[in-house]
Design a protein around this ligand. Structure first.
Ligand SMILES: [Zn+2]
Ligand SMILES: [Zn+2]
Length: 669
């Protein structure tokens, strides 16, 4: 008679006999939707086949949860690898972790995969799923694992990295060695996962095996919906020195509907991709002759950018900022003083040797602004001193991570540094956050949350008192804003706490926008001082603050947020005049003159195309207003509006039409 075990299942007590699996215990407790289980609060989840022990606390993890989806996606990666090895025998395996919204698996095939290959692989995966193969965990010794993986050179390397001599062993060393590889190895035990067919009247049949930590879904049949998305080259362990592998990406979801919704969202994101829109709307490009991550803005993109900058400039003047200009290169001494050459050299372009010294392209503006502060004695009466610059900086990004305008090598920051007294810090931060949120809203982003990054207790400069003061102030200011506040404990840079504003765009994606960063380090390194009212010399508090982050990145975010249909005040061309026939061109030119006199950007389409074609062109260019004129309009001194959404308003007197457009632009409509 086996002894009874006392468990807690989904927070309720349950007695079971020894040898019971998690699946049976959950079933007995009436829990139906779990795909894996958390035992005793462990970070590492377990298969449902786990045999329970006395006192175990089981928490079900459903398929539709974040963790459930990760298990689903990783299980799907196994199915992918099995399908690839079925169709392309001898293909060696890399790693296959779950990622945000999906999974991938790396392979070393004879040749890169084609779209036809992906279709065939997907079909084979469907068959594997239908077969209801069971994922079965098996603990092995390191030697046995090596023997089983003898034909898999990359898996052997992972085993050596995680458990070989000098590895240190376990999870930490494997994460450092190969990002994503902790799915395979790194646990306390080495485990293999077998895919088993369990026929009714025959012994179990092993059809495939992978080195893996798990956990997995009970069977392949538990994968409700998946899709392969693309393949791309990827270096083994992320290093160009290693062999190039082929990575197949896919996604998997808890239902067909969830998969469909996800694919629709991806398609919409592709439709809005700023790189695609940038070319279609003739806004900017990245000429090969200039180099990776270095954009040129074309006239139309130039208009959008100028309007973005001008509005920001105006608001900064109103808010008491003073404008400064600093050069793009500097002697290395400056970045020695600031410490950048010590801890940021990898992010900088290598030096130019001139006049027997090293000059660097600047990756940041702050040290320059500090020199302006230090150029003469400062009195408390001058504080807060707010220095602003559209400062162009250059950062060395690996060519693999450069991406459109969002990750570039040359960018212009809307960069400000505020120097204030300790007593002014609180008010300054409060008004700063309000200013930042107001200004972002004016560009059409209005769904925000805040993230507060606080001290890493092992890595910081400055006194505890300073950190406590600043952190408390930032937290109070953040709470007073009424916005959702997410804590990022230990996430601050070593030199001070930070608040960042995260904005959600029209697709619900979060973008880190503005940062407000306290700095206790630079004022000390640059020995910045001001004379206090009592005559003593004091060190100012320094706040770094970029609102757009970079103009380029903000441009990309807005472009995608609006899907290219900028509000009228930002649109490169605000109005297109479309004559019904050639004889109406002159009339529309007069209307255009009236608009130009009000500062409106207007074109008259006098080409030989038919009217319908002209309307289509203006629509494709996402021009906010079309003004159409034919005989009736000319006779009445009027025009007909056609808006971007296709609606129309006929017979509007010219003066009213001009007023409507001017008003929309003035109010940033
Ligand atoms: Zn696995
Ligand atoms: Zn700065």
């Amino acid at each position: 008679m086996p002894a009874d075990l006392n468990l807690t299942v989904d927070r309720k007590p349950l007695q079971v006999v020894a040898g019971t699996t998690a699946a049976q215990a959950l079933d007995a407790a009436g829990v139906r939707d779990a795909v894996v289980v958390r035992v005793n609060g462990d970070a590492q989840l377990r298969d449902l086949a786990y045999t329970v022990a006395e006192g175990d606390r089981l928490e079900p993890v459903p398929l539709g949860s974040d963790e459930g989806r990760a298990v689903l996606r990783h299980s799907c990666a196994h199915v992918l690898a099995q399908a690839v090895q079925d169709l392309f025998p001898g293909t060696a395996l890399g790693i296959g972790p779950p990622i945000t919204d999906g999974f991938y698996y790396d392979f070393a095939p004879q040749r890169p995969f084609t779209p036809e290959d992906l279709a065939a692989i997907e079909k084979r995966m469907q068959q594997i799923i239908k077969q209801r193969q069971h994922f079965a965990r098996r603990v092995v010794s390191a030697d046995a694992a090596r023997a089983e993986m003898a034909a898999e050179p990359f898996k052997l390397e992972l085993l050596d990295l995680a458990y070989g001599p000098g590895s240190g062993g376990g999870e930490v060393s494997i994460q450092a060695a190969a990002e994503g590889a902790s799915m395979e190895v790194g646990g306390a035990e080495i485990t293999m996962y077998d895919n088993l067919l369990l026929p009714k009247d025959a012994p179990p049949q092993r059809v495939w095996t992978d080195l893996c930590r798990g956990p997995h879904l009970p069977t392949t049949r538990d994968i409700p919906a998946f899709s392969l998305t693309r393949s791309a080259a990827a270096y083994w362990r992320g290093s160009e020195k290693n062999p190039q592998l082929q990575r197949i990406y896919g996604t998997a979801w808890e239902s067909r509907e969830a998969l469909k919704a996800h694919l629709a969202k991806v398609a919409e994101a592709e439709r809005r991709d700023h790189r695609k829109l940038g070319a279609e709307l003739d806004l900017f490009s990245f000429p090969d002759e200039i180099g990776s991550g270095l954009a040129v803005f074309h006239p139309k993109g130039g208009v959008v950018r100028r309007e973005m900058e001008e509005y920001s400039r105006r608001r900064h003047i109103e808010a008491g900022y003073e404008f400064v200009y600093t050069p793009h290169i500097t002697k290395g001494d400056l970045f020695e003083t600031s410490g950048h050459l010590g801890w940021y050299a990898d992010g900088m372009f290598p030096p130019m040797h001139v006049d027997g010294g090293d000059y660097y392209l600047k990756p940041m503006n702050c040290p320059f602004h500090n020199l302006i502060f230090a150029a003469r004695g400062r009195s408390y009466r001058e504080l807060p001193l707010r220095l602003f610059e559209f400062g162009t900086v250059y950062r060395y990004e690996k060519s693999g991570v450069v991406h459109g305008l969002t990750r570039v090598r040359g960018m212009t920051q809307d960069d400000a540094h505020i120097y204030c007294t300790r007593e002014q810090m609180r008010d300054e931060l409060a008004s700063l956050l309000t200013f930042v949120l107001d200004l972002l809203s004016d560009y059409g982003l209005d769904d925000f949350y805040l993230e507060l990054s606080t001290k890493d207790p092992d890595k910081f400069v400055g006194s505890d008192q300073d950190w406590d003061d600043a952190t408390r102030t930032l937290a109070e200011v953040a709470r007073a804003s009424g916005l959702e506040l997410v804590d990022d404990p230990g996430g601050a840079a070593f030199y001070g706490p930070k608040i960042s504003v995260q904005a959600r765009d029209a697709l619900g994606r979060s973008w880190q926008m503005s940062t407000i960063q306290l700095d206790f380090n630079l004022p000390q390194l640059f020995e910045l001082e001001y004379q206090a009212s009592d005559g003593s010399r004091q060190r100012p508090v320094m706040i770094h603050r970029a609102l757009f982050g970079s103009v380029e990145r903000f441009f990309a975010v807005l472009l995608e947020h609006y899907a290219g249909a900028f509000p009228a005040w930002l649109a490169p061309v605000q109005v297109v005049g479309i004559p019904i026939a050639a004889e109406h061109v002159d009339y529309l030119r007069e209307v255009a003159q009236a608009l130009v006199a009000e500062g409106i950007r207007v074109e008259v389409d006098a080409s030989d195309e038919r009217m319908q074609k002209k309307i289509r062109t203006a629509q494709q260019q996402k021009v906010p207003y079309m003004l159409i004129a034919g005989d009736t309009d000319v006779g009445a001194g009027a025009v007909s509006f056609r808006y971007r959404d296709g609606t129309q308003k006929n017979g509007v007197p010219v003066a009213d039409a001009v007023a409507e457009i001017v008003e929309a632009v003035r109010t940033r409509g």
